[in-house]
Design a protein around this ligand. Sequence first.
Ligand SMILES: Nc1ncnc2c1ncn2[C@@H]1O[C@H](COP(=O)(O)OP(=O)(O)OP(=O)(O)O)[C@@H](O)[C@H]1O
Ligand SMILES: [Mg+2]
Length: 252
Amino acid sequence: MEFAVETRALARTFGSLRAVDGIDLQVPAGSLYGFLGPNGAGKSTTIKCLTGLLRPSGGEMRILGIDPLADPVAVKRRIGVVPEDLALFERLTAAEMLMFVGQVHGIEDETFKSRSADLLSLMDLNGAASTLVADFSHGMRKKLALAAALLPAPRLLFLDEPFEGIDAVASRQIKDLLHSFVARGGTIFLTSHILEIVERLSTHIGVIAQGRLVAQGPLSEVRSGAGVGKTLEELFIDLVGGERAAADFDWL
Ligand SMILES: Nc1ncnc2c1ncn2[C@@H]1O[C@H](COP(=O)(O)OP(=O)(O)OP(=O)(O)O)[C@@H](O)[C@H]1O
Ligand SMILES: [Mg+2]
């Protein structure tokens, strides 16, 4: 099987904290891989390592068959990334920012015009094309980041919480878009705390807890290994260390 993302013993420490503690990811090409885990589990740190935003402390990676430590530009040319902290150009307008991304990727004028028009209208950002990014709302920033990631038509997308803060209409459109992206052979690696979306979209999942991968594989297989009739939420809670005692604060 061909993997779009493959790691061996990938690790990242911060001082004495093992944020990512030796994980072996296998993301099949053409899959929508939902990367799940509780807050602080190491999801964003993993994405940052895979996309060249953070240097791993150990392990090996292959992104579309390329070692990103050896050839970071070749990898960056082929992937789209929406990182946790978005990294937008605050002093540009939305249209200028897309133009900048288009130029960096050497997208031809005509292609750029039609793609950016498609993306701005999909994200319902037409009315905000000449607004400074600094003046965007949280959800608008997220949508612009997604538009910028899609513009070069990458074959592999890394999306860290793409649905967080996105309204229901846009969320539906983005889901449809991601679906057709995968149907055409693209690969998506995404994190989300919205398990209902992950359940509906993902072909494969990986679950990380305290920096370690505790489950990985086709969604149906991981689910069936967990017992009949379990929802993804129940499976998730089982995998990441059980339910915490329900809060009973008598002072509240
Ligand atoms: N730059 C940093 N310096 C020090 N510690 C960090 C840094 N970035 C992340 N960490 C720590 O690494 C651990 C994993 O963080 P990470 O952001 O990867 O979690 P996450 O799974 O994305 O969580 P969330 O669901 O809340 O986004 C956490 O304990 C966090 O405090
Ligand atoms: Mg995160």
